[in-house]
Design a protein around this ligand. Sequence first.
Ligand SMILES: C[S@@+](CC[C@H](N)C(=O)[O-])C[C@H]1O[C@@H](n2cnc3c(N)ncnc32)[C@H](O)[C@@H]1O
Length: 204
Amino acid sequence: MVKSSKLKNVYGNKTVEDQKQIYRDWAKTYDIETTGEFGWIGFTPAAAEFSKRVIKKDARILDAGCGTGLSGVALNKEGFTNIHGKDLSPEMLEQAEKTGVYSSLSEVDLTQPVQTFDPYDAIFSCGVFGFGPPYPEHLHHIINMLKSGGYAVITVNGKGWVEKNWPESLLTAVEEHSLKLEEQLDIEYLENEEIDGKLLIFRG
Ligand SMILES: C[S@@+](CC[C@H](N)C(=O)[O-])C[C@H]1O[C@@H](n2cnc3c(N)ncnc32)[C@H](O)[C@@H]1O
């Protein structure tokens, strides 16, 4: 049972346009509400696991769905210095700019294929997948931006994992796009909502 009415709305059936509007309206209060009220901490264990695998601190990293930059700040605290943020919402990106941890920021819609001429050494995506959109069938849009052999570390909301039957759709996505899913871990995620997270670790 989700306590916050805001989260109930975010977890409802949404279109990409709905998501754009939700995050446009939420950008200025997102950090305080999520980390304060909901106990949003998923970016900390996810960044720690990322850091165990991505050894070079100057690796060129994509933070896919960077939002206001909580995820980029968590990566920076782990010592990473070459972080590039992409997000659907220009208003969230505006907030991310203020963190000062991103080497570049730009708009993206991860439900669509993304052209990359210069693939990333590693990819981090935190808080983006779960209920969707984007859905498991869009995971390959992210992995396609990764260098061969690189790591993509992606969280999935544990409530969405169950309610949206991720085990089945993830398997389909992995098989259809020959994704290299190396590990699957449980992490702390939304503490005050008692929602855990899954951490998916892919190789390019
Ligand atoms: C819960 S926030 C997570 C933000 C940040 N990574 C964090 O750890 O706090 C989800 C982010 O995903 C972005 N998002 C939602 N749908 C997207 C899409 N189709 N393409 C790219 N970003 C999307 C939203 O704009 C929002 O900033």
